[in-house]
Ligand binder design. Structure first.
Ligand code: GRF
Length: 187
């Protein structure tokens, strides 16, 4: 059994999907062994409901160092699923090729500092893009610049708002995130 550690900051619907897919076997031969949040959020409750160890490390300067102490050495993959803190470069280097993130745009478009949540969707609409989507990628010390593992696209319609676009993109995330995790762990 491979061990996945998931980092969250929010409601954790992607975390839920990952847990479900480890249980159904869509993500093969793996379990979520630990959930870590950088703030109070519903992701922690989702972990508790599935009897998965979970811990809150308050966000801030010491976050990456605390994280390093807590992450078990036998961790096969660290998954950022709606996680808003920036990890220290040293941490990213130590876990090179073992940290992945999901970003709600078609990277390299609309990525980088400040591009999270509704900011991404607002910028996509402002730029009158015809399509957007989600990207699962490896995490490096350069924000949103690591190698791309999988992408999924959605159409952007003229009546789309940041809210409607976020909803469409969440659905595509639920498809590609488990596939990407399975690919990284089992291929
Ligand atoms: C997702 O849209 C993801 O792309 C972004 O944060 C959101 C997390 O949503 N990084 P949820 O907490 O999994 O519902």
């Amino acid at each position: 059994m491979k061990n996945i550690v998931v980092l969250v900051s929010g409601s954790g619907t992607n975390l839920q999907r990952i847990i479900d897919c480890t249980e159904t076997g869509e993500i093969r031969n793996a379990k979520v062994s630990l959930v870590i949040a950088d703030r109070e959020c519903y992701g922690l409750a989702r972990a508790s409901k599935h009897h998965i160890d979970n811990v809150l490390i308050p966000r801030g300067k010491a976050f990456s160092d605390e994280l390093e102490k807590i992450i078990p050495a036998n961790t096969d993959l660290i998954v950022l699923a709606g996680f808003l803190s920036i990890l220290k470069p040293e941490f990213c280097q130590k876990w090179d090729n073992k940290i992945i993130n999901i970003h709600p745009s078609l990277l390299p478009k609309f990525g980088g500092k400040g591009m999270w949540g509704h900011h991404v969707h607002d910028a996509v609409i402002q730029a009158q893009e015809k399509e957007s989507g989600a990207t699962v990628h490896f995490v490096t010390s350069q924000i949103d610049e690591g190698g791309i593992i999988l992408q999924g696209k959605v159409d952007v319609n003229s009546d789309d708002t940041a809210v409607s676009l976020a909803q469409k993109i969440h659905h595509i995330e639920y498809e590609i995130f488990p596939k990407a995790i399975d690919k990284v762990l089992n291929n």
